[in-house]
Design a protein around this ligand. Structure first.
Ligand SMILES: C[S@@+](CC[C@H](N)C(=O)[O-])C[C@H]1O[C@@H](n2cnc3c(N)ncnc32)[C@H](O)[C@@H]1O
Length: 290
């Protein structure tokens, strides 16, 4: 198993700290750890994380090259509570957490989290799966549930970078004097809590060799809205590194865990591709985080 910190030059507010890179711009750490989050969580200081993006095994028997998704029922819920107990204290007072799950376990997971955090939203990810026959004894499920929870009422949330622009026709329809100068018309509208984004088909340009890779569009929205520029994101189950890529693209620091070495290598390559560094760069151990 190996660890890696890819440092890359990215703009970062001076107040957020950090050393200067070769170009003079501050460096942010993208820390990809080929380790078990539950075994290593103690090395991430409590109160040091702005945002947790957690996309754990769903308890539905997926093959991640390990047996991590082979728990079901109470064993799955017990494991879920165990990693949440470890993850939640890592958040700052202004921090928040997104957790992906499915309708089978969302009620229990959300109820448990409500004993620790404030629930802000349930987001429904509509995967836009086309109808192909399939089940005849119930309606076809095409969504994942995502819970958004915050530590306090003063949680960080910036809508502006994730607003959706109005189309030209809507803008024209609202061109009467009454709407002139309306900020909302210029900056766009607040995304709703149903996110309709196609799952990544095998042929999709973004797709890598991971069975449940999430679309970058979804994770970027979480990072931009819920982590301040220069802040730090934790992903306890990073898979192919989608959250790391979002952080590398948007000047957020990142620490992530993945037990499958092959997925770690994929994450490393994806981060290198957006950071303009070599994916063969020597691994640098994270002293600060141990
Ligand atoms: C749902 S996938 C994450 C997919 C990821 N969001 C992406 O876009 O590629 C969950 C991942 O968690 C990893 N995993 C399972 N148990 C783990 C643990 N205890 N610590 C770290 N990673 C773990 C699995 O190998 C799997 O790749």
């Amino acid at each position: 198993m190996r660890d890696l910190i890819d440092e890359f030059d990215a703009p970062r507010p001076a107040a957020a700290g950090g050393s200067l890179g070769s170009s003079g711009a501050p460096r942010l750490a993208i820390d990809l750890r080929n380790r078990d989050f539950l075994a290593d969580a103690r090395t991430v200081p409590d109160g040091s994380i702005d945002l947790i993006v957690a996309d754990p095994p769903y308890g539905l028997g997926k093959d991640y090259g390990n047996d991590s998704d082979m728990r079901s029922g109470e064993a799955f819920l017990e494991w879920t509570r165990a990693w949440l107990e470890l993850a939640v204290p890592k958040l700052k007072a202004s921090g928040s957490l997104y957790v992906f799950c499915t309708w089978q376990y969302a009620p229990e997971i959300f109820s448990f989290l409500k004993t620790k955090l404030t629930m802000v939203n349930e987001i429904v990810w509509d995967r836009r799966v086309p109808s192909m026959g399939g089940t005849t004894r119930r309606f076809t499920s095409v969504h994942d549930n995502i819970g958004l929870f915050a530590v306090s009422k003063d949680y960080y949330f910036d809508l502006d970078p994730v607003r959706i622009p109005y189309d030209a026709a809507t803008k024209k329809a609202r061109s009467r004097k009454l709407f002139e100068g309306s900020k909302w018309l210029e900056v766009g509208y607040n995304p709703k809590d149903v996110w309709s984004v196609s799952r990544l088909h095998r042929q999709h340009a973004e797709r890598v060799d991971h069975p449940t890779q999430k679309p970058l569009e979804i994770v970027e929205r979480m990072v931009l809205a819920s982590c301040p520029p220069g802040g730090r994101v934790l992903d306890p189950f990073m898979g192919s590194g989608t959250t790391a890529v979002a952080c590398a693209r948007h000047a957020r620091a990142f620490v992530g865990y993945e037990i499958n070495e092959n997925y770690c290598a994929i994450a490393r390559e994806r981060v290198a591709a957006v950071s303009g560094i070599s994916s063969d760069a020597p691994a640098v151990a994270s002293e600060a985080a141990r």
